[in-house]
Design a protein around this ligand. Structure first.
Ligand code: CMC
Length: 380
């Protein structure tokens, strides 16, 4: 925040500005606490599933046995893409998966039977359909660009396991599926982050869910938001040895560059989501005989220790990238996987915006030239 003449206060990046109320996501940045509708993220990560958490977010309460079966059936039923979407994916198969995802989500709006219906009920149904379709787009693109045919969904598999099956053409181990399930659950919602805010801005104009989620995917693609996981893996490869971590951090900070996977707009303590991914990296890297990845990450944490007193700690993306890497997933799919997890969160933010919709239209304080006369082109 910085004061300006005339009593105007400028909040660059809208830092610390509350723009609405929300019953969904509680974040205490100082304590490092995150809750979805009152439930601690730690309890959900230990005991819940992506589907159950998505249901909690979209419907307000944890489902009972019949409720979760109904929700799973809705997801299964929506696991199909129109042929034209595959054609679009083929025509831009060379592009970054986030560009493909953004384009395909936008195009899906033209095929959804309720595309233009902005009622709460239709928006919720569209959100569930998109939750099922987004992983299909990501997996189909990866197969197509590698010269393979898209792998059909398997109705007997849960959301995360089916995604891994579609991506690799074989059912994942129970452990790999559970780790991906927890990863998606941890990413499912996070308050007024940049992509959710982008979705709300678009909804504020009364545009539909597909338009809002297209904007959300676009916002997520940047390295300051979802793109960090991809960069963390590159950083770990660049560091190569735990012994190089301190020099790497020093050199980066000398150039005033951020260390990827550290820092957060809201958290001043460790991002509570990071703990579960750290456990996953530690276990997976030892099981797969590649413990150096975990050791490199820990060496980076040690090298960053002096920044902790400035509130800079690891965020959710720090460990996630290595989990995906160890699962044999291409680096450029790390952000799309974040997007797969975030669809319920984006949808719930849009639903909240719709509940009491208002155009989001802040102000910029003019600092340009004083009024002046137009000068014809031949006299400039
Ligand atoms: N490494 C080193 N210093 C940092 C870092 C970092 N990763 N992040 C912030 N700082 C410093 C920054 O240099 C600044 O110092 P000074 O006041 O001396 O200039 C101070 O901390 C405040 O930083 P800021 O940029 O004003 O903070 P912000 O709230 O605008 O930025 C952020 C938040 C996430 C963009 C930033 O921390 C960053 O670029 N991190 C690396 C990228 C990353 O990991 N992003 C994933 C975020 S979590 C997943 C998600 O929800 O999207």
């Amino acid at each position: 925040m910085s004061g300006e003449k005339g009593g105007i206060e400028i909040h660059r990046g809208l830092k610390g500005v509350y723009f609405d109320r929300s019953p969904t996501c509680f974040i205490d940045g100082r304590a490092g606490e995150l809750r979805y509708r009152g439930y601690s993220i730690h309890d959900l990560a230990r005991h819940s599933t992506f589907e159950e958490t998505a249901c909690l977010l979209l419907e307000g309460e944890l489902p009972d046995a019949a409720g979760i079966e109904n929700f799973r059936a809705r997801l299964r039923a929506a696991r199909e893409l129109p042929g034209a979407i595959y054609d679009i994916i083929r025509s831009i198969a060379h592009a970054h998966p986030m560009e493909v995802l953004r384009t395909a989500v936008s195009a899906l709006g033209a095929f959804d039977p309720e595309g233009a219906d902005n009622s709460r009920e239709a928006t919720c149904r569209k959100g569930v359909r998109l939750a099922a379709q987004v992983p299909m787009i990501v997996a189909a693109h990866d197969n197509i660009r590698k010269g393979r045919k898209p792998v059909p969904a398997r109705p007997d598999l849960g959301h995360a396991a089916n995604f891994l099956h579609m991506l690799k053409g074989e059912a994942p181990s129970e452990d790999a599926a559970r780790l991906m399930d927890v990863d998606m659950l941890l990413h499912a919602e996070h308050g007024s982050n940049a992509s959710s805010f982008a979705a709300r801005v678009v909804t504020g104009t009364e545009a539909n869910l597909h338009a809002s989620l297209t904007a959300a995917v676009a916002a997520l693609s940047g390295p300051a938001h979802g793109g960090a996981a991809e960069n963390v893996m590159r950083m770990a490869q660049e560091v190569a040895e735990p012994a190089n971590a301190a020099a790497y951090v020093k050199a980066k900070r000398r150039r005033r560059e951020p260390i990827m996977g550290f820092g957060h707009r809201v958290y001043r303590a460790e991002d509570p989501r990071a703990r579960h991914m750290r456990e996953g990296v530690e276990r997976l890297s030892r099981e797969m005989g590649q413990p150096h990845w975990f050791d490199i990450l820990q060496a980076l944490v040690d090298a960053m220790a002096p920044y902790a007193r400035h509130g800079i700690h690891v965020n959710v993306d720090f460990y996630a990238g290595v989990v995906y890497y160890l699962n044999g997933i291409s680096e450029d799919l790390f952000v799309p996987i974040f997007a797969i997890g975030r669809v319920p969160g984006w949808t719930v933010q849009v639903l909240e915006q719709l509940d009491q919709n208002i155009l989001i239209r802040p102000l910029t304080h003019y600092t340009g030239p004083a009024p002046r006369d137009y000068v014809p082109i031949d006299r400039r």
